[in-house]
Design a protein around this ligand. Structure first.
Ligand code: CP
Length: 306
């Protein structure tokens, strides 16, 4: 039994069985990461290109480590040192990389839809590492893994995604993935940061963070994406923090069993305080560790299906 698609472009339409398979496979790789020698020969002979057209710390390093842990040959592409600076088109860049016989392409791009476009011009397996405001599927998978690790299940859990939903690819991937796994999903934030009609995805919308903390098992707290003009949706980050910031006082008053996730990078003192970011309710660095295992699982399952 394997995955139903040879690409991972998003969580939309990914069946629960595929998600379950990825999470269960990741659990095996998570154990490999605890060994003194954290390496298996699974993808020996496979060549993987990391094509990052946008900044990244966690996702790029995590994919690269996952590839090395699986013994694949990896190449990193950086826009700042590539011939795109001389005017080469995206399509020509990809065709030239493809001509070097690569098996998989991991792509992050500021434009939504680029990973899907790549499937039309390349024979490689394509994995979306974040495309514009669209999707970030491996982030949602590692979030689900981390929730399941902490709470033992996903089905029936009440999970709220808090913050800048409108500018977030993490939100959409989490909504699709969590719903497929039977969680009750909601979003919370200022009205200006919640897309109109988002309820049509089968989720609830809240604007009262105290009520959200009281009524949910998990909060996935998103970064206010100032670089994507999120700052124009709120009067000030101070005001955002006052009404929607996650603080230890709020957690202790309303629900000290809550589990806090954050995909990173964190704006300390904006979406959550340092006390929460480093405190007992969060699993933020577990998410990062689990991200390597989840990406190993995705690479393994896609890389061995050809
Ligand atoms: N969570 C996430 O995608 O972080 P990076 O932008 O650092 O990869």
């Amino acid at each position: 039994m394997g995955l139903t698609s040879r690409h991972l472009l998003g969580m939309q339409g990914v069946p629960a069985e595929d998600i379950q398979l990825i999470l269960d496979t990741a659990k095996t790789f998570r154990e490999v990461l605890e060994r003194p020698i954290k390496k298996v020969p699974t993808l020996q002979g496979k060549t993987i290109v990391n094509l990052f057209f946008e900044n990244s710390t966690r996702t790029r390093i995590s994919f690269e480590l996952a590839q090395k842990r699986l013994s694949a040959d990896t190449v990193n592409f950086s826009t700042s040192t590539s011939s795109t600076k001389k005017g080469e088109t995206f399509k020509d860049t990809v065709r030239n990389i493809e001509a070097m016989k690569v098996d998989m392409i991991i792509v992050r791009h500021e434009s939504a839809g680029v990973p899907t476009f790549l499937t039309k011009i390349s024979k490689a397996n394509i994995i979306n590492a974040g495309d514009g405001r669209h999707e970030h599927p491996t982030q949602a998978l590692l979030d689900m893994y981390s929730i399941r690790e902490r709470l033992g299940k996903l089905e029936g859990l009440k999970v709220c995604i808090v913050g800048d939903i409108a500018h977030s690819r993490v939100a959409l991937s989490n909504i699709y993935g969590l719903k497929a796994m039977g969680a009750e999903v909601s979003v919370c934030g200022p009205a200006t940061m919640i897309p109109r009609d988002i309820q049509k995805l089968g989720i609830r919308v809240y604007h009262d963070i105290d009520r959200v903390i009281a009524e949910h098992n998990v909060l996935n707290v998103l970064r206010i994406q100032l670089e994507r003009k999120a700052g124009t949706s709120i009067p000030s980050v101070r005001e955002y923090h006052k009404y929607f910031g996650i603080t230890a006082e709020r957690i202790e008053k309303y629900n000290n069993n809550i589990v806090i996730l954050h995909p990173g990078p964190i704006n300390r003192g904006v979406e959550l305080t340092s006390e929460v970011a480093d405190g007992p309710y969060q699993v933020i660095l577990d998410q990062v560790t689990n991200g390597v295992a989840v990406r190993m699982a995705v690479l393994y399952l896609l890389g061995t299906m050809n």
